[in-house]
Ligand binder design. Structure first.
Ligand code: PMT
Length: 411
């Protein structure tokens, strides 16, 4: 897991160094972010040496105090995207208050807002600060938001007082990290086959027909599924995207190659999510030589490709099969037709003409049409978030479809 460890200003900041070491021993990579007051207690160098990574200390300049630049100004977004879990230890009353209220005035608080990763907070502070009504309320706000709070230990505090406020033991913090990350890995044991990107259908050796798919939607699904613990096989048309961590990628070019790759791997999958924009037609007779320029109109005869989704879903057994529908009109009507005609369990429909939706964007606006009659319209959101919602719906569908049949009594 890629853990971002936020270290805030308290005497217990030195204990975070041991936390870095222990997380790394488990195989996690740790990116440390320090607040200004944390640096009063421990130097960034300590964490840089332990984590083997540059420590982030500022929103607008690099840790060496360099000039503000655009790269550092948007770094919180990049770090948010690669964070699987945000751990803050020790967490001061100040950072808890800022998280609760949505204040974003430094790197850590901005990262908290920009990240969708689960959050674990291990508070450490003076006993009266911990017991104060303001802190109690802020802690409850975070809890209600799903943040895991690792309660501080009771004992003798650095300020000379006794009571709750001491940073919880490292074992307890590590157990909380483990518990939260396991809850996020609800697809462990699943093998998910994902398709993404366009296909290219050759007209001649130098020209081909393709569509505008960038692969972003399918890659977001593959990445989200891998993060949630699934084994993911991504069958990808030609795109300019990096393979998400932990994902097995199979490159294809044409609809027929995509069909072959998917059919071959379908038997091993428990879930298939086909987001690729597969060509519906291909040139019936691709030329062996380059088509020469002429003055007469050129007619190209196209033949239909095989519908991969319909082919595999025909004999899907207990697998959950998800298709997409790229529509420009009558979205709901067409999506429902595709759900039935292709024997899918779920159709993710997008109106590709809508603002912020469809091809080559980082966001999408979709409605999920399920086999059990549920329509779930989602607002515009990042494709990474759409991917999570699709996976949630897949799990819901499976529990609905595979629920044990009600027992009939003879009475
Ligand atoms: O890649 P991006 O730039 O991020 O854009 C995302 C997207 C718009 C491509 C994506 O959200 C999307 O809508 N994907 C499906 C595109 C598509 O081909 O839709 P369709 O309505 O033509 O096809 C319906 C379903 O049948 C799809 O699941 C498709 O993969 C499948 N299909 C289609 C044709 C074919 N020959 N075989 C298939 O399996």
């Amino acid at each position: 897991m890629r853990i971002t460890l936020g270290v805030t200003g308290g005497v217990a900041a030195y204990k975070a160094a041991e936390l870095v070491r222990r997380l790394q021993q488990k195989g996690d990579s740790v990116q440390v972010v320090m607040t200004r007051s944390a640096r009063e207690f421990v130097t960034p160098l300590t964490f840089a040496a332990l984590s083997g990574q540059r420590v982030i200390t500022d929103l607008f300049s690099d840790s060496s105090g360099g000039e503000p630049n655009l790269e550092s100004a948007i770094e919180h977004i990049a770090v948010a995207q690669r964070t699987d879990l945000l751990l803050v230890a020790p967490a001061t009353a100040d950072i808890i208050a800022k998280f609760a209220r949505g204040v974003a005035d430094d790197f850590l608080t901005t990262l908290y807002l920009a990240s969708t990763a689960p959050v674990v907070v291990a508070p450490a502070m003076n006993v009266n600060m911990w017991n104060h009504a303001a802190t109690r309320q802020n802690v409850e706000i975070l809890r209600a938001r799903g943040v895991k709070i690792v309660e501080p230990d009771e004992g003798y505090l650095a300020c000379g007082m006794t009571g709750p406020g001491r940073l919880a033991g490292l074992e307890e913090i590590l157990a909380a990290v483990h518990e939260v990350s396991k809850a996020q890995r609800d697809l462990e044991g699943e093998t998910i086959l994902v398709s993404a990107g366009p296909t290219c259908e050759d007209l001649d050796p130098v020209r081909f027909i393709r569509n505008r798919s960038s692969g972003k939607m399918g890659y977001a699904v593959a990445e989200a599924a891998a993060k949630r613990g699934a084994k993911v096989i991504l069958v990808s048309g030609p795109v300019n995207l990096e393979t998400p961590a932990g994902v097995e990628r199979v490159n294809v070019r044409t609809a027929e190659e995509m069909r072959h790759a998917i059919v071959q791997r379908f038997a091993d999958a428990s879930i298939a999510i086909l987001a690729a924009a597969v060509a519906d037609y291909r040139p019936a007779q691709p030329r062996a030589e380059k088509i020469k320029k002429g003055s007469a109109p050129l007619a190209v005869s196209l033949e239909p490709t095989t519908d991969i989704l319909a082919e595999v879903a025909k004999n899907k057994g207990s697998r959950i099969v998800v298709g997409f529908a790229a529509e420009t009109d009558h979205v709901a009507e067409n999506a429902r037709k595709k759900l039935a005609s292709k024997n899918a369990d779920l159709i993710v429909a997008n109106d590709v003409t809508a603002e912020g939706a469809g091809f080559d964007r980082d966001t999408n606006v979709v409605t999920l049409f399920s086999r059990d009659g549920r329509d779930l319209a989602l607002p515009k959101m990042p494709k990474s978030e759409v991917a999570q919602r699709i996976l949630d719906e897949v799990l819901r569908m499976r529990s609905v479809l595979h629920a044990p049949a009600p027992r009939h009594s003879n009475v």
